[in-house]
Unconditional design. Structure first.
Length: 367
C-alpha cells in the first residue's frame, strides 16, 4: 500500500463531510488487546463535523465506545503494510484519556422507530485507556484511503506517514490550521486550551474543570438536588483525576482509587439502607391500612350493637315505668273500693278517742 500526498490541500472543507466508519482488525492499548472476530466488531469512526474520533466496540449486543476530540490527539502515525506485515497500522497519541460511553437500551419513538442513546460509563479496557496514551489500531490494507488522509490533514491533525513513497512525514499544520483560522478560530482556541504541557497538573485541572462545565451544560445536568446525569459526569471526572494522579504518583493514585472504592461502598450501603427502609415503611403502611380497615369494621359493628342496646334499655325503662304506674293505680283502687277497711279504720279511730276521754275518769287504787 502506498499513499500519495500530492493534491491533498485545496478548498475542501472536511467539516461538511459525513462520518466515516473503518473496520479495525485489532486494537491495542497498553496490555489490553482486542481482536475483531467479525465485521463491525470494532470500528474506528471519524465524525468530521463534530471533530470527534470514536472507537466503537460491539460486545454481547451492546455498543461501548471511547471518544476523544480532535484537539486531544497529540499525533497520529500511519504506517503502510509491508510484505512481512500485511496490515496497515495507525498509532494515535493522546493528550488525555478518552471519554467512555455505553449504549442504553433503545427506546421507542414515533412511527415505531427506535432512538439509541449513550450514557457515561467507566473504563472497560481494564484501566489501560485511562493510563496509556498510545493506541494502536490495525486495518486491512487500503482501509484508510487517500480521502481519509486528506480529511485528517485538513482537520488540523498532526499526521505522520511512514512507508509512503515521496513523503515520509506529512503534517496537517499547514492547510488544516489555516482552515481553522479561516473558520473563526473557535477550534484553534479550543486546541490551545486542550493541549497543556504534561508537567502542569494545575493547567490540566483547569482544563478539566472547563470540560466539566461544558458537559454539565450540554447534557443539561442540575447542580443541586438528585440528578443521575450529574452523578455519571462527576464519576467520569473523578476517574480521570485519579488516572492523572496515578500517572505521576502511582501510590497516591492507588490510594485515591481505594478511597473512591470505599466511598462508593459507603454510598451503596446507605442506598441499600434507604431502599430497605422505604420497603419496610411501605410494608408497615400497608399493614396499618389493612389493620385500620378491620378496626373500622369492628368499630362500626360495636356502634351498631351499642345503638341496639340503647333501644333495648329504653324499651325496658318504659316497661318498668308502666309496671310501677299500674301497681300504684292498683293499690289506690284497692284501698278506695274496700268499704270494710274504711269502716274498721273509722271504728278504730272512735275507740282511740273514747279511750282518751275515759282514761282521766278511771279511779286510782288504794283510796
Amino acid at each position: 500500500m502506498s499513499y500519495d500526498a500530492a493534491g491533498m490541500h485545496g478548498d475542501y472543507d472536511p467539516s461538511q463531510a459525513s462520518a466515516d466508519h473503518i473496520p479495525v482488525k485489532k486494537l491495542t492499548i497498553g496490555s489490553w488487546n482486542l481482536l475483531a472476530k467479525y465485521d463491525e466488531h470494532v470500528l474506528l469512526s471519524w465524525y468530521w463535523a463534530e471533530r470527534k474520533l470514536v472507537w466503537e466496540v460491539l460486545h454481547l449486543g451492546v455498543v461501548r465506545k471511547m471518544e476523544v476530540d480532535f484537539e486531544d490527539i497529540a499525533q497520529a502515525t500511519l504506517t503502510a503494510g509491508t510484505d512481512e506485515q500485511q496490515q496497515d497500522k495507525l498509532a494515535i497519541e493522546l493528550h488525555r484519556p478518552p471519554r467512555f460511553f455505553k449504549e442504553n437500551p433503545p427506546s421507542a419513538v414515533a412511527a415505531g422507530a427506535q432512538e439509541v442513546s449513550y450514557v457515561y460509563t467507566t473504563d472497560f479496557t481494564n484501566g489501560q485507556a485511562s493510563t496509556e496514551s498510545r493506541h494502536v489500531l490495525l486495518f486491512d490494507p487500503g482501509a484508510i484511503s487517500r480521502e481519509h488522509i486528506k480529511r485528517m490533514q485538513l482537520s488540523g491533525l498532526r499526521l505522520q506517514l511512514e512507508g509512503v513513497a515521496g513523503a515520509q512525514a506529512t503534517s496537517g499544520a499547514g492547510g488544516g490550521r489555516g482552515l481553522l483560522r479561516a473558520s473563526g478560530g473557535v477550534h484553534a482556541t479550543s486546541a490551545h486550551l486542550r493541549q497543556p504541557p504534561t508537567s502542569s497538573p494545575r493547567l490540566d485541572a483547569i482544563i478539566l474543570q472547563d470540560q466539566l462545565k461544558r458537559e454539565m451544560r450540554e447534557r443539561q445536568a442540575r447542580y443541586t438536588g438528585v440528578c443521575p446525569v450529574r452523578d455519571r459526569i462527576y464519576a467520569v471526572v473523578l476517574d480521570e483525576l485519579i488516572a492523572s494522579v496515578a500517572r505521576d504518583e502511582g501510590k497516591r493514585g492507588g490510594l485515591l482509587r481505594r478511597l473512591y472504592a470505599e466511598a462508593r461502598m459507603t454510598i451503596d450501603a446507605y442506598r441499600t439502607v434507604y431502599e430497605q427502609s422505604i420497603e419496610f415503611g411501605s410494608r408497615k403502611l400497608t399493614q396499618a391500612a389493612m389493620t385500620k380497615g378491620s378496626l373500622a369494621d369492628d368499630i362500626e359493628a360495636l356502634e351498631a350493637k351499642i345503638a341496639e342496646l340503647h333501644v333495648e334499655v329504653g324499651r325496658l325503662g318504659r316497661l318498668c315505668e308502666g309496671l310501677e304506674f299500674r301497681e300504684a293505680e292498683k293499690e289506690r283502687g284497692y284501698e278506695g273500693e274496700n268499704p270494710e277497711v274504711t269502716a274498721l279504720k273509722a271504728e278504730q279511730k272512735q275507740l282511740q278517742d273514747l279511750l282518751v276521754v275515759l282514761r282521766p275518769s278511771k279511779p286510782e287504787k288504794g283510796k
